[in-house]
Design a protein around this ligand. Structure first.
Ligand code: KIV
Length: 284
């Protein structure tokens, strides 16, 4: 079993040009598959609201949802770096509220780091959490919790003026003391520029290749989430089809008497068959 990686490993990987592999997971089985695959980091994203709870955005997700899913993931992947995601409403009010809720992730779910969305506008939140001794990852570009004000799930930084906002956000995240940054749905030129400019690791989801590692949402990459698939996703499996076919085959087997078979049945104790049949007869 590979040793669990920590912040210094990720700093060294950036120095050595080694790519970090990162996926989301939300429950025990998925986390154990991720760990078995040797992936470096798990994000228990608030995307759990859409992928596992059936909401049409991440907005309804609560602290309780996040903590409970982080605990399940920690149990499934005890040797993998796990990051909790701060849900909408858990850090918007004040620096104090942000610190209090971030602390809950570490104390109750034993995560290794937390992530929150935003750059310049959450600079003081990141600073407060980092000053309190927590590993904080920034998240800029397309930030799903603000998909309303951003006009939907849309790529960001496509023109010079909006790219400037993304750069200012990146600089704010590093200045505030975050240990890493995630950029989402921005052009590769901008991702590469930010990864070179910052000394902290810069990871991408939908930001192209030239940075320090890649994140994908498990439900997208294994074909489990069916509402839509973002352009930046490479689909590696069709789990939805595999599972649906298994259920269909099972239903067919039950209806036609093919299941259960001999091999699925418990047998009466050897030598007691006649006595057993006689006992049943008494009740006829
Ligand atoms: O919740 C999540 O999975 C995320 C990704 C979109 C980066 O924040």
């Amino acid at each position: 079993m590979a040793k669990k990686k920590g912040r210094l490993d990720f700093v060294n990987m950036k120095k050595n040009g080694e790519q970090v592999t990162w996926v989301t997971a939300y429950d025990f089985p998925m986390a154990s598959f991720v760990e078995a695959a040797g992936i470096d980091m798990i994000l228990v994203g608030d995307s759990l609201g859409m992928i596992t709870l059936g909401y049409d955005s991440t907005i309804p997700v609560t602290m309780e949802d996040c903590i409970s899913h982080c605990k399940a993931v920690r149990r499934g992947a005890p040797n993998t770096f796990v990051m909790g995601d701060m849900p909408f409403g858990s850090y918007q009010k004040s620096d104090e509220q942000a610190v209090e809720n971030a602390v809950r992730f570490f104390k109750e779910a034993n995560v290794d780091a937390i992530k929150l969305e935003g750059g310049v506008r959450v600079e003081s939140r990141i600073k407060a959490m980092a000053d309190a001794g927590m590993l904080v990852c920034g998240h800029i570009g397309l930030t799903p919790q603000s998909s309303g004000p951003l006009g939907g799930f849309k790529a960001q930084g496509l023109d010079p003026e909006s790219a400037r906002y993304v750069i200012e956000d990146a600089l704010a995240v590093e200045r505030a003391g975050a240990y890493a940054l995630l950029v989402e749905a921005i052009p590769p030129e901008l991702t590469q520029f930010i990864a070179k400019k910052l000394s902290i690791p810069v990871y991408s989801i939908g930001g192209g290749g030239p940075c320090d590692g890649q994140l994908l949402i498990c439900g997208d990459m294994i074909g489990m989430f069916q509402a839509f698939t973002p352009k930046f996703v490479k689909v590696y499996a069709n789990v939805a089809e595999t599972i649906t076919n298994a259920f269909k085959e099972y239903a067919d087997d039950v209806r036609t008497g093919k299941f259960p078979g001999e091999e699925h049945c418990y047998r009466v104790r050897k030598g007691m068959e006649e006595e057993y049949a006689a006992m049943l007869k008494e009740y006829e």
